[in-house]
Design a protein around this ligand. Structure first.
Ligand code: UT7
Length: 338
């Protein structure tokens, strides 16, 4: 591709993987003091998937990646950057999960690194892919959102264990000279003053592994659920309204609004504020729960596989998570329809 022509990033293919084991609300009723009725009413979740004991984040990511690369019509060797968004890496310090994925895919000599932005990780990874491609440094970027959230959930804590699930989604972002395939806009942000809203205290240099970590369960995710909920609705509503207004696009012209799948009530509140019709809003939270960085690519995969997502159609992504981080993106799907 000649460097004199403008180069754009395009969303070329999607893939996903979900583990086979289902954890239903009825199963959770036997584990903690909760009920199917409470979970459904407060979150919209019926069930979530749980990875096998010996099935790691990199395994799920590798499976999703193979599908995305094949659907992009590319060879493994065409990938020149691999970015994995996860907060449940195979190893907490090193190596990066992206390096393990590259090995499992058989990619040699490729730049690979992880992004830690919790539920916003996939859209953060999109922004990295866009920047690398538009600067001319890379041509085909594989981005993955993958989580084995069950590895950091305390299954005696009813306030968190009902929410999260495991899974992976991957996308191939490629260089193009065709402006109609280009990302329209992407916004990503963070505010660390809310860091304690969603936190896994250990392991890290604040709390290296110790007996205290085990005794106090500091290795499990902790969440200020209600505070996070209120901030999520406020921030996401403003973020999506801003990106639409800035680009002079009306919400009724978005065929696929793909929000982070944290809680049906958050999605409904933001969708209603945008006056979205039911058929515009992508919903997978009921069957997968909150899969953090994997949630948005798994949801995109869902509409692609069901034949709803067609080549050239516009997607509005928005997400919110630990950090706190949030992000939104407006882009066409430039891959082949199913
Ligand atoms: O993905 C990253 C971002 N994360 C999120 O966006 C998650 C945001 N938060 C949420 O989705 C919701 O806040 C939750 C689903 C976690 C909780 O729903 P809520 O409507 O905010 O409930 P609450 O925390 O205000 O709790 C209401 C009551 C409490 O009892 P009391 O104090 O009123 O007697 C809780 O102890 O519900 C109780 N409760 C439960 N009851 C049955 C909390 N969890 C459960 C449960 N089953 N699993």
């Amino acid at each position: 591709m000649a460097r004199t022509e403008p180069v754009y990033a395009s969303f070329r293919a999607i893939g996903a993987y979900v583990p086979s084991k289902v954890l239903s609300n009825a199963d959770l009723e036997k584990m903690v003091d909760t009920s199917d009725e409470w979970i459904l009413k407060r979150t919209g979740i019926s069930e979530r998937r749980i990875a096998a004991e010996d099935e790691y984040t990199s395994d799920m990511a590798t499976k999703a990646s193979k599908i995305a690369i094949e659907r992009a019509g590319l060879e493994i060797s065409d990938i020149d950057l691999l970015v994995c968004a996860t907060v449940t890496p195979d190893y907490f310090n090193m190596p990066a999960t992206s390096c393990i994925i590259s090995d499992k895919l058989g990619i040699k000599n490729v730049q690979a690194f992880d992004i830690s932005a919790a539920c916003s990780g996939f859209v953060y990874a999109l922004s990295v892919a866009k920047a690398f491609i538009e600067s001319g440094m890379k041509k085909n970027v594989l981005i993955v959102g993958a989580e084995k959230f069950s590895s950091i959930v305390d299954y005696t804590d009813r306030t968190t264990c009902i929410l999260f699930g495991d899974g992976a989604g991957a996308a191939v972002i490629s260089a193009t000279n065709n402006q109609s395939e280009a990302f329209i806009d992407l916004h990503a942000s963070a505010d660390g003053s809310y860091a304690d809203f969603l936190v896994t205290p250990a392991p890290g240099c604040v709390h290296p592994v110790s007996q205290k970590v085990i005794d106090e369960g500091l290795n499990f995710v902790q969440m200020k659920g209600n505070e996070t909920f209120k901030l999520a609705v406020k921030t996401l509503t403003k973020d999506v309204k801003d990106i639409l207004a800035k680009n002079e696009i009306a919400s009724e012209d978005i065929p696929h609004f793909v929000p982070h799948q944290a809680n049906y009530r958050i999605i409904k509140a933001v969708g209603d504020a945008l006056k979205m019709k039911e058929e515009q809003v992508v919903l997978t939270v009921g069957k997968y729960g909150n899969t953090s960085a994997a949630s948005i690519p798994m949801a995109i995969n869902d509409i692609w596989e069901s034949g709803r997502l067609k080549k050239g159609e516009l997607m509005l992504l928005d997400t919110f998570g630990g950090g706190l981080t949030w992000a939104s993106a407006l882009l066409p799907f430039s891959g082949e329809s199913k």
